[in-house]
Design a protein around this ligand. Structure first.
Ligand SMILES: Cc1cc2nc3c(=O)[nH]c(=O)nc-3n(C[C@H](O)[C@H](O)[C@H](O)COP(=O)(O)OP(=O)(O)OC[C@H]3O[C@@H](n4cnc5c(N)ncnc54)[C@H](O)[C@@H]3O)c2cc1C
Length: 485
């Protein structure tokens, strides 16, 4: 008889693991607490508008291709991708930078800002591309079981890049503050400040400028739906409205999970829900990490999000628009050093209806607004509204017109929702930051050290935050289970 696996949660990592395990012949059940699958990548549909509630940037298309290729499939078997041009636009206080869909266009824009910078940029991106090849081909598909995984002839030659930072690396090559901000932006996806992120992670710059920004038609949720379909084609059973409330352990093995009052049993239990939360489902003696451990970790930010339906088109905005018109350092301090609500936050806005007419009714615009904030901050309706107003003031300035009266509706999502919807530790949005001391084998492990058939996957473990790493994490956890069987 085939061995069985029960998976807690249905985010990208869980769906990925489910596909690999079902493909390897396991009988797989997914238990998801919410009414729909997708985790942080769920979809909000309202009055003809469609919003991705979490991820909206489709980067590293090669990782998605590798995932589907493992099942002899292509991403295009499940969703349609468009390469965005421009990829995104950054609004500074006195100018904008538009990032096109090719190095030629990006170099032209750099030259406009700082003559001579295109040559330096090409050199910088060539180095970033080498790092990308090493990271993807030699490092990230390793399970984080040993420090030796990080040691390859290629990384040994670049050891200095692990002890220098992106901030130093970028500033060594570029002086113009706008170009510096543009090149420091991609590592924000890793959840930490550029001054705390190893220089080796410049591979994110290659992901940005070299591989481009893509949009799955219909939004990122189409990727979730594609993976769900693949999982079901492979035989996975998905149970929504099914929260795991307890993991029962007998003789050092996960014997059952308690779902809606029923004990579900399987040979292996894999949790894709937030790591800290899952450990609290175990008796304290079976938890691997103390409350003190979690409290000392550097978490990636939480976010204040708004999903806004506008009854008009917004001229001058792009599909992805970044508002870097205030002091980045001050905002970063308020996230990482002295956690508090930032005075003048940077923010990000996405208007997918700019390039995809299915995202909003005709003549309207769907707007997602995101302010990164420290996890665990006070979260009240009054604070959310105050920040919406602050953001709108600056947004309208860049837009050149008032659109407050064009808002049909707005919904918000913040710290309290991350906790109640996803059981997120302190309401983090992106998991745990990828700083040097929280890389690879130094992250919470894929395999429990105390419960022999309990495994973990997702953005809190190896390799880290983001959709592509979550796909990889699911694969790594599945491989460990197959190995242990
Ligand atoms: C606002 C936001 C913007 C982002 N933007 C991007 C982006 O543009 N590009 C990008 O690549 N990444 C982005 N990310 C990061 C990316 O979304 C995540 O890294 C990824 O989706 C995490 O997937 P996961 O499978 O690890 O976890 P999750 O998606 O959190 O899935 C965990 C699942 O477990 C479920 N669960 C929790 N407790 C239980 C329980 N007791 N029983 C059953 N189920 C349970 C949850 O409901 C959830 O469905 C963003 C994240 C957020 C929040």
């Amino acid at each position: 008889m085939s061995k069985s696996v029960q998976i807690i949660g249905s985010g990208f990592a869980s769906l990925s693991a489910a596909c690999y395990l079902a493909n390897a012949g396991y009988s797989v059940d997914i238990y998801e607490k919410n009414a729909t699958v997708g985790g942080r990548a769920r979809r909000l549909s309202k009055e003809g508008f469609t919003f991705d509630m979490g991820p909206s940037w489709y980067w590293m298309p090669d990782i998605f291709e590798k995932f589907f290729a493992d099942f002899q499939k292509l991403p295009s078997d499940y969703y349609h991708l468009d390469k965005l041009d421009p990829a995104y636009k950054i609004f500074f206080a006195d100018d904008t930078i538009t990032i096109g869909d090719s190095m030629e266009k990006i170099c032209e824009e750099f030259e406009r800002i700082e003559p001579g910078s295109a040559r330096v940029l090409r050199k910088f991106i060539a180095k970033a591309q080498k790092n990308y090849d090493i990271a993807i081909n030699k490092i990230v598909y390793r399970p984080g079981l040993s420090p030796l995984e990080l040691i390859t002839p290629e990384t040994a030659m670049r050891v200095n890049q692990f002890f220098s930072t992106i901030k130093k690396e970028v500033r060594r090559s570029f002086k113009n503050p706008k170009l510096v901000a543009t090149l420091e932006f991609p590592v924000l996806f890793l959840g930490a400040k550029p001054s705390n992120t190893p220089a080796f992670y410049s591979f994110m710059n290659y992901a940005d400028f070299g591989l481009g920004t893509w949009h799955p038609r219909g939004g990122m949720y189409e990727v979730i739906l594609g993976m769900k379909r693949l999982a079901e084609e492979l035989g996975v059973r998905i149970h929504c409205n099914s929260p795991a409330e307890e993991i029962g352990v007998t003789n050092g093995k996960a014997a059952y999970i308690n779902v809606n009052g029923e004990k579900k049993t399987a040979d292996f239990t894999l949790r894709g829900a937030d790591y800290h939360h899952t450990e609290t489902l175990l008796e304290p003696s079976y938890r691997q990490y103390s409350e003190g451990y979690w409290d000392k970790k550097t978490f990636a930010p939480s976010t204040l999000l708004f999903y806004v339906g506008f009854d008009t088109r917004l001229k001058g905005m792009e599909h992805h628009s970044l508002f870097f018109d205030t002091d980045f350092e001050a905002h970063a301090r308020a996230i990482y050093d002295e956690p508090k609500w930032p005075d003048k936050p940077l923010f990000y806005a996405s208007f997918p209806s700019k390039t995809d007419s299915s995202m909003a009714p005709e003549g309207c615009e769907a707007g997602l607004f995101l302010i990164p904030i420290a996890p665990d901050l006070e979260d009240t309706p009054a604070l959310r509204e105050m920040y919406f107003q602050k953001m709108m003031l600056r947004f309208e300035k860049h837009l050149g017109s008032s659109v407050k009266n064009n808002i049909i509706f707005k919904e918000s999502f913040c710290v309290k929702d991350f906790v109640s919807e996803y059981n997120s530790y302190k309401g983090n949005a992106y998991g745990m930051a990828n700083i040097l001391t929280q890389t690879a084998f130094m992250r919470p492990g894929l395999r429990s050290k105390k419960v022999s058939n309990l495994y973990f996957t997702g953005q809190l473990t190896v390799p880290g935050p983001g959709v592509p790493p979550s796909l990889i994490s699911g694969k790594l956890a599945a491989e460990l289970i197959v190995k242990a069987s």
